[in-house]
Design a protein around this ligand. Structure first.
Ligand SMILES: *Cc1c(COP(=O)(O)O)cnc(C)c1O
Length: 525
């Protein structure tokens, strides 16, 4: 068996071939038509290669003692072997193109292929950020158009396009807020964050140097206004509130939240990750928001879930716009231009968020999504996302316990684990059993304020019969749990290519490096 550099087996399954009672282990490690797959370094030898290069005479080169003498150590695979390796791996992964992907707070919706086609147009994909601006006028025009629609949809006067993810957008927003306070000579110290916030909110505030303080939540899952009012004060720089919040609920008092915040001289940062639920229905500017990131990879459907790339443009109010980071686009006599080194009043820009201008491919996909939907289509997408989540809540609320049973939810249906009491089954076990039934689990144990949380976000792109299949399956599983069939859950997943892994160890001590066994043996000597 192969080991990685710290002696952990690279095939955890082979190390512990636990099997369901009565289900024989396969002889090869494969399952059904899914073949067992080794690491690419373990496949083939180093002597092969997929390309045919002429031999070179090292003496004729000018490399001196830089000429490589040892093997390069790259896996030697022919083209079909390399293809098979990656296609097999891809089949072990879940994807939105395979089935429902109900991860709450992630908005895993279908990515229209039209977006992909647009993003591959050579004028957008085969350009370089250092090219003369006169040769990339189309790309700049596209960014300008995207900026226009982001401002229009949010009602905000300015947008910084360059942040590369939601969390990066939070950093951008808080840096603008800090710059605005500093410009007034006002060194504020605290940022208030509700208890249900996504972990990136307090992490960002702490990263920027603020002390983070929690705002309590009401019984019905909203910001506790009395607690907010008590904690606001002359040293509070900003509040960071998600709307709809991570419990999938609209913050009913949002206008009052903004008023109280502004009265205390603080800014209102809105985490816009859930914009998909309200786009076309509500403009954040009308709610009193000063800064909000928009996860293009969530609301405007660019692929994510495999690690990106994402894009997190930040819209800014009049108060914060002067501090927006460079670059931005202006439209002058000679066409579009990127302002990299602002002069005059624009010199207040706090700096930059990335080396160049952000994720061009994501801009193209997001604009293609917006333009193909139109104003009515975007609004309907938001409405359908909310309708789908409420359908799930309605179909499951007699067998599972909704965390906030009163009233409708927004785009996510949130359940707690009270209904599993006494069954011996946990949220984690239940989620693993869903994998056996062919469904990707929902988001588990988030938000932290709800015990054993199960956060289901179906998105607008699921048709009713898919939602029914999903709900029917969850109902059957829920009944099995309540009927005392804990075994089905405790050992799950039984049918996945890999069985249950030690996720805590994997997250806390990831072992990402592989070294050949020969090198390991040497190191041990
Ligand atoms: C996804 C998400 C974020 C972070 O966005 P990334 O693009 O993953 O950095 C922040 N807040 C909430 C509520 C989110 O759902």
């Amino acid at each position: 068996m192969s080991m990685n550099s710290v002696g952990r087996p690279t095939r955890p399954e082979a190390a512990a071939p636990a099997q369901a009672a009565g289900v024989p282990a396969t002889l090869s490690g494969g399952r059904g038509l899914l073949q067992d797959e080794a690491l690419i370094f373990e496949l083939g030898g180093w002597e092969k290669t997929g390309v045919d290069l002429p031999n070179v005479d090292p003496d004729g080169l000018d490399l001196g003692d830089l000429v490589r003498t040892a093997p390069i150590g790259l896996p030697g695979l022919s083209e079909p072997e390399a293809m098979r390796h990656y296609v097999r791996l891809s089949q072990k992964n879940h994807a939105i193109d395979l089935a429902l992907y109900p991860l709450g707070s992630c908005t895993m919706k279908h990515n229209p292929r039209l977006n992909e086609k647009m993003a591959r147009l050579p004028g957008f994909s085969d350009i370089h950020p250092l090219q003369p601006q006169s040769t990339v006028q189309g790309a700049l025009a596209l960014m300008d158009r995207l900026a226009h629609w982001l401002k229009t949809l949010t009602g905000m006067p300015a947008v910084a396009l360059s942040p590369k993810a939601g969390a990066h957008g939070e950093l951008c927003g808080l840096l603008a807020i800090r710059a605005a306070h500093e410009a007034k000579g006002d060194a504020r110290k605290r940022v208030l964050v509700p208890t249900s916030a996504h972990g990136t909110n307090p992490a960002t505030a702490a990263f920027v140097g603020y002390a983070v303080e929690e705002i309590a939540q009401t019984e019905d899952g909203r910001v506790d206004l009395a607690d907010l009012e008590a904690k606001l004060g002359p040293d509070v720089a900003a509040i960071m509130v998600t709307n709809p919040n991570t419990c999938g609920l609209f913050e009913r008092d949002i206008v009052e939240i903004a008023r109280l915040t502004h009265a205390a001289g603080a800014y209102f940062y809105c985490d816009g990750a859930n914009f998909n639920a309200i786009v076309g229905r509500v403009r954040p500017a009308d709610l009193g928001v000063d800064a909000m990131h928009i996860n293009l990879h969530k609301t405007f459907s660019t692929p994510h879930g495999g690690g990106g790339p994402g894009a997190g443009p930040v819209v800014l109010s009049d108060a914060l716009a002067p501090y927006a980071p460079t670059p931005w686009i202006v439209h002058g006599e000679d066409g579009f231009a990127l302002v990299e080194a602002p002069e005059g009043p624009a010199e207040r820009a706090f700096g930059r968020m990335s080396a160049f201008h952000g994720q061009m491919g994501m801009y193209v996909r997001a604009l293609a999504y917006m333009m193909s939907h139109g104003a009515d289509g975007l609004r309907q997408a938001a409405e359908d996302a909310v309708l789908n989540a409420n359908y799930i809540k309605a179909r499951l609320q007699d067998v599972m316990t909704p965390a906030f049973p009163e009233g409708p939810c927004m785009h996510e249906a949130l359940f707690d684990d009270a209904w599993l009491d006494g069954t011996g089954v946990t949220t984690l076990d239940f989620a693993k059993a869903m994998i056996d039934e062919g469904f990707h689990p929902m988001t588990m144990y988030f938000p932290l304020v709800v015990h054993g949380a199960m956060l289901i976000e179906p998105t607008e792109t699921e048709p009713k019969h898919e939602l029914d299949r999903f709900c029917d399956t969850l109902r059957l599983l829920a009944e099995a749990a309540k009927a005392g069939d804990a075994e089905r859950f405790k050992g799950a997943p039984f049918h996945a290519p890999l069985r249950r892994l030690d996720e805590t160890l994997a997250a806390r001590k990831p072992k990402l490096r592989w070294r050949p066994e020969a090198a390991l043996a040497q190191a041990a000597e």
